[in-house]
Write a protein that binds this ligand. Structure first.
Ligand code: PEP
Ligand code: MG
Length: 538
């Protein structure tokens, strides 16, 4: 039995086998001493293997998801024979005597860069397919199997790191928990673990050796440990902890159907944060008073093309209908920084967290923004929706947003499409927004404080950098004073104020927030009832 420590980003216990998820190293030395004939043969064999993999993926997706999604793999299979791509690989191998790996990686970079510069949106999106088939070919050249993280049985995933897109593609039915060697407590991957309500450790000091794969293990999210090959005593201990947790859940269940009101009569809205519609059953089961943060960007992640207006409309409509009259606040697209999508061109930036992201993208790509707003307004006819905008720093931004909303509504009215007037809010995530919150409050209906980014920008600490976790103090007096200031400025102008960052679920601060006058706390579904229990007993 060996114990490894990591930083727990979500509590809970999981027991099962480890699944090692190793990404291939993708850089190749140029070299020029390779035998062209041999390298061409290796390339042909890799192409065949990649083709077979794509065919089986096509059939699998056809059965489980449908023809449209399966078509991607059919198209990728055809792309394997693309003449320009194969000619480029052949020429490099023959003329420069480089390895097949180097030639493929070169062709992949060259053609994906070329495609991503094209005017036509459809062709631009193909850059991601080129990267995909290139990675597949490289893994086949190494004799490797699938690059997808296929889970045959419920498993604990052990990885160097997971991007939000990789996390979102995991089959929630099969992921017992995950452990990463990198990653910070405030990253989106950690937030996803909380939303999926699975135990997870980041920044864990664990070897990524082949022996780890398929080992029996216990992931203890309470103590921050991965115990490999646990002995009987540990398994007994785990059973007891599970029972204890079960009892706590039972106590919390008694708060289902109750109002979240303090003993002296203050009503607090306890809402839930969601990534997409698959999180809605947990919201209902935990009896949240509403959805306080629908991170709409998760509809955009892990795919090759932008979701259409119709696709977005259906997701927002489903949320509105499922919540049956309870409020659902949709946050408009917040990509950039750690959340990257291949079809929105994001240049490499020195400081991505301070770069082209969130509302800055929406106010630059107005078509993208209008499409999302149309989908939200159309869905507003089916329930109680509200909208809010991420990373606001100025009054001018809100004025521009409101103008665009007016245009969108006028268009819908002209087309005879029914919609409702919905509450307009902004996220308070930057010190700038805090300092001018008195002015911003005159323009909107509500504020939702995004403490994850607000802490990052206030303390000048990258939330993604695991080395800085010990300095990332979200209880810092500067952050708490800012929250107080925002609540006071908001209330002075009749705005309600909530917190949707992770700090909202910090039960050691619930009393403090209520004393400050907070109106709403929006947390992962699993935290709704524990917080209601605290509120009702204050
Ligand atoms: C926040 O910054 O606190 C927030 C809720 O937004 P996200 O974590 O998605 O950046
Ligand atoms: Mg944020």
């Amino acid at each position: 039995m060996i114990k490894y420590a990591g930083k727990s980003v979500n509590q809970g216990i999981a027991a099962g086998r480890i699944k090692l998820y190793r990404k291939e190293e993708q850089s190749f030395k140029r070299g020029s001493e390779y035998d062209p004939e041999q390298e061409l043969d290796r390339y042909e064999a890799a192409k065949q293997m990649a083709g077979t993999q794509l065919q089986s993926l096509y059939l699998k997706t056809l059965g489980s998801v449908g023809k449209e999604s399966a078509g991607i793999f059919e198209m990728q299979e055809a792309m394997l024979d693309d003449l320009d791509y194969t000619d480029s690989v052949h020429n490099k191998i023959v003329d420069e005597k480089v390895s097949a790996d180097y030639a493929v990686s070169y062709a992949g970079e060259y053609f994906s860069a070329l495609f991503s510069e094209l005017e036509d949106e459809y062709m631009r999106a193909r850059a991601a397919d080129i990267r995909d088939i290139t990675e597949r070919l490289l893994s086949c050249l190494k004799g490797g199997g699938e690059k997808e993280l296929e889970l045959e049985e419920p498993s604990i995933i052990l990885a160097e790191d997971l991007t939000p897109s990789e996390t979102i593609q995991l089959d929630p039915e099969k992921v017992l928990g995950f452990v990463t060697r990198k990653g910070s407590a405030n990253s989106h991957t950690a937030i996803l673990a909380r939303m999926m309500d699975i135990p997870a450790l980041v920044n864990a000091d664990i070897p990524m050796t082949d022996e780890m794969d398929r080992q029996e293990a216990v992931l203890d999210g309470f103590r921050g440990e991965l115990i490999v090959d646990p002995d009987e005593a540990i398994l007994d201990d785990i059973k007891k902890m599970k029972l204890e947790k079960g009892r706590e859940i039972e106590i919390d269940q008694a708060y289902i159907g109750r109002e979240s009101v303090t003993k002296d009569g203050r009503r607090i809205c306890i809402y839930a944060n969601i990534g997409d519609v698959t999180d809605l059953p947990a919201v209902i089961m935990n009896d949240a008073d509403g959805v306080g943060l629908f991170r709409s960007e998760f509809l955009f992640l892990g795919r090759d093309t932008c979701p259409t207006e119709e696709e977005q409309f259906l997701a927002y409509k489903q949320a509105a209908e499922t919540m049956a009259g309870k409020k659902t606040i949709i946050r408009t697209l917040d990509v950039g920084a750690d959340k990257r999508v291949p079809y929105i061109k994001l240049d490499k930036e020195e400081n991505p967290a301070m770069g082209f992201r969130a509302i800055r993208i929406s106010l630059t790509d107005l078509e993208l923004f209008r499409t999302q707003l149309r989908a939200i307004y159309r869905a507003s006819a089916f329930g109680h929706l509200a909208v809010m905008y991420p990373m606001i720093i100025s009054v001018q931004e809100i004025e521009q947003i409101i103008e665009i909303c007016e245009e969108v509504k006028a268009d819908l009215a002209k087309e005879g499409i029914v919609f409702r007037e919905i509450e307009q809010g902004i996220m308070i995530e930057t010190p700038a927004a805090v300092m001018i919150s008195d002015e911003l409050a005159k323009k909107v209906d509500f504020f939702s404080i995004g403490t994850n980014d607000l802490t990052q920008y206030t303390l000048a600490i990258d939330r993604q950098n695991e080395k800085l976790d010990r300095f990332y103090d979200s209880h810092h007096p500067a952050v708490l004073r800012m929250i107080r200031m925002v609540i006071e400025n908001g209330h002075r102008e009749g705005c309600w104020v909530g917190i949707c960052g992770e700090l909202g679920a910090d039960t050691t601060l619930t009393q403090t927030f209520i004393d400050m006058g907070i109106d709403e706390l929006s947390v992962s579904s699993a935290f709704v009832l524990p917080i209601r229990r605290i509120v009702c007993n204050l």
